[in-house]
Structures are given as C-alpha cells and as structure tokens.
Design a binder for this molecule. Sequence first.
Ligand code: MN
Length: 439
Amino acid sequence: MAYLNETHEPTLESWVASANVPDNGFPVQNLPFGVFRKAGSSEGFRPGVAIGDQALDLAALAQTKPWDGMAGVALAACQSSQLNDLMSLGQAHWSALRLELSRALRAGSPMQQTLAPLLIPQADLEFSLPARIGDYTDFYISLHHATAVGKQFRPDNPLLPNYKWVPIGYHGRASSIGVSGQKFPRPIGQTRPANENSEPGFGPCERLDYELELGIFVGQGNAQGERITVSDAESHVFGLCILNDWSARDLQAWEYQPLGPFLAKNFASTISPWIVTLEALAPFRTAFQRNPNDPQPLAYLSSPDNKEAGVFDITLDVLLSTQQSRSSKTEPALLSSSNFKEAYWTVAQLLAHHTVNGCNLQAGDLLGTGTLSGPNPGQEGSLLELNQGGKKPVTLPWGEERTFLQDNDEVILRARCSKPGYPSISLGECAGTVLPARF
Ligand code: MN
C-alpha cells in the first residue's frame, strides 16, 4: 500500500508565508479541517483548513466552484456548519480535495489571488465542534495505563484476562463533548461510603482528573449488520483530533461496578478544533509490533497493512495552568509527554472490533483511544498515575501542589508529529477549564 503522494513532498512551500516557518505545525503538508467563524461575531460557523497561522474559508471558496470532479463534489460538501457531509463522501473524495487544496496553496499557484481574500487569521477565530457527533465510544488501548491503574486496585493481577485479546471500550455520551476552550462546572455526585454501614458521600467531586487521549473521527460509516474489515478500516477514518476525557475518580470508584463508567465521565469531554486527516499523517506511520510473548491478535484484527504501517508516531503533551500561574504570567507547566505509538491496538483494529458484531458506525461518530500513557515515568496520561493513586501530590514549578484538579485549573493537551526530513505537523491544542461546582 502506497501512502505517500505529491501532497507529502517535504520541499513543498506555500504562498502563505507563515506556513513555511519551521515547526509552525500547519505547513501545506498538513491541511487539517475545522469549523469556525470570526470570534464574537454572529456569522455562521463554516468549514475551513488551517494553513500556517491562517485558516482558509472553504464555504466561501465553494461559492467560486473552482474544481470539477471529486474535488468539486467534496468542496461543495463544505458549505454547512458541520463536516458530516464531507466525512460521509469517503476517502477518494477527501483525497481529491486535499490534492487540489495542496496545489492551490503552494508557492506559485495561479489560484493565489482567488484564495488570499478567503484567509482569516486563526487568532481571530472561534471554533465549534467540527462535526455533529452522533455516538461517542471510548476505548482503553494503553497497556501501560491499564496496568498502572489496575495495580492500584489489584496489585498482584493488574490486567484482567481479556485485555490482550479484546480492545476494551464503553459507550460514552456525545452531548457533553465541547471544543477546546470548553469550561464546565466541577461535577457533583455520590462517592463511596466510609464503611459498609454508612451512607455514600454526596457533593462536589474531590478527585477530578484529565485523560490524555486522541479522538478518531469516523468518515463513511457501515450498514447495520455489516462489518468493516481491518484491511478496509482506515478508509472509514476521516482523521484524528486530541481528546480530554475528564474523569471524576471518586464518583467513578463508587459507580463503576458492574456496568462501567457513567456519571464519572459524561459531564464533559473536550476535543481540539482541527481534525488532521489520516492522509496527512502518512509520513508518520510505523509498524505494529506485538510482543512475541503476548497473544497475537485474532485474524479479524490483523492484516498485512496494519502490521506494516498501522501505527502512528504522534507525540503528546499535558500542560497545566492555574489561577496563580496565570495571574503571575507564568508559562503552563509540562506534566508529562507520551506517544500514540505505544498503544496496544491500532486505529484500524478499533474500527474492525467496533463493527465485528454488526454495529453500525456513522459519519461524525467519535472514538476515543483511552488514556495514552507510556511505559516510563514522565509518560503518565492522567493525574491518577502521576499522583500514584492519590498518594503523592505533584509539585508545580511555581510551588503549588496538585493531587487532583482544583477550580480554575486549565488543562492543555498538545500533539504533533516530527520526523527527520519532513516538516513537522501539529494536531493543535485541546484546552479546558474547571469551574467551581454549582449547587
Ligand atoms: Mn477515557
């Protein structure tokens, strides 16, 4: 399978000067999709792509009908306030549109005069959710996270016997997913009683946490009763974003048995505004390797392409700012860094597993990877791991301590791909802020 084409050519430059600045994150090789409008305006939200520090208004470009064929059809699908129409067209259309956008934004393009007036500085934008998310599923695909958390409950037997066979997941809630900049009140709920004979606690969550995850946006779905094979799965994926699966650990500990997470997870989830397509991520693919001492994936979770290149090398960072750090103009603290390539299952395996029973996915559905922790200290994807189960507070560079999140804390997740010989590409930023509980 050939993943690279002329849109990945490392020497390509854009006539948008900021796109050529090294490590700006949005070179002409990236071209992620989002939905935005001028901040504070009453304009309609519309789709666009990021290029350097600008965004190109695709709804306005569609009015000029610049292209025929699949690229033209794909661009025409970018005129509403959500990307679902574009997502449902499928891989061939996304790819045709990417190629025309790449050519139009390259240095020397004859389309520069048409496109230049349709650029808006990203700094002037506000974003909305890029798609109407019908369903949201969260997986649990970091063996390192599952082991670290499992150890806190079962020191001798941290991993349950199904973990290495089944991509574990649960159905989450779509209504409370917001875009970066989301602010939400601290959740309230029941907590575990002090002993068997007492009532449960009730009040504001005292163990509020983040989870460092990636989100997978489904493009073309599948009919109910039909499965998406692992070989075909990636053609059903529109792209990736960053996801923070905020978690109330004290609520979770009391409610999670026997049916799994519920109110501990569904009060808020935050995603980054830009969706980076799988095509843009092609240079950063790497092989899927399973430890030879572990069970090998069942046949429906295995394919030659998945083995050869099913993993994406994406560096992930967690940063924290507090009311105190912001008021003293101190930079956010880096809490940890990890990488998506450490995950136990691939994107393709998640879609194949989700649909193996005939479950239908739809354009705009969101799959979360689960907390993406790495194997080493400094690679923890949640506070629950950093604080060793609530026992060891984290000391911030400006002297404050955190065991769990406090009111007005802002968690910032970042993701980027780098590789020698290629311009680095960014997935942008996913920021969210905890507000005081509302009684
Ligand atoms: Mn999660």
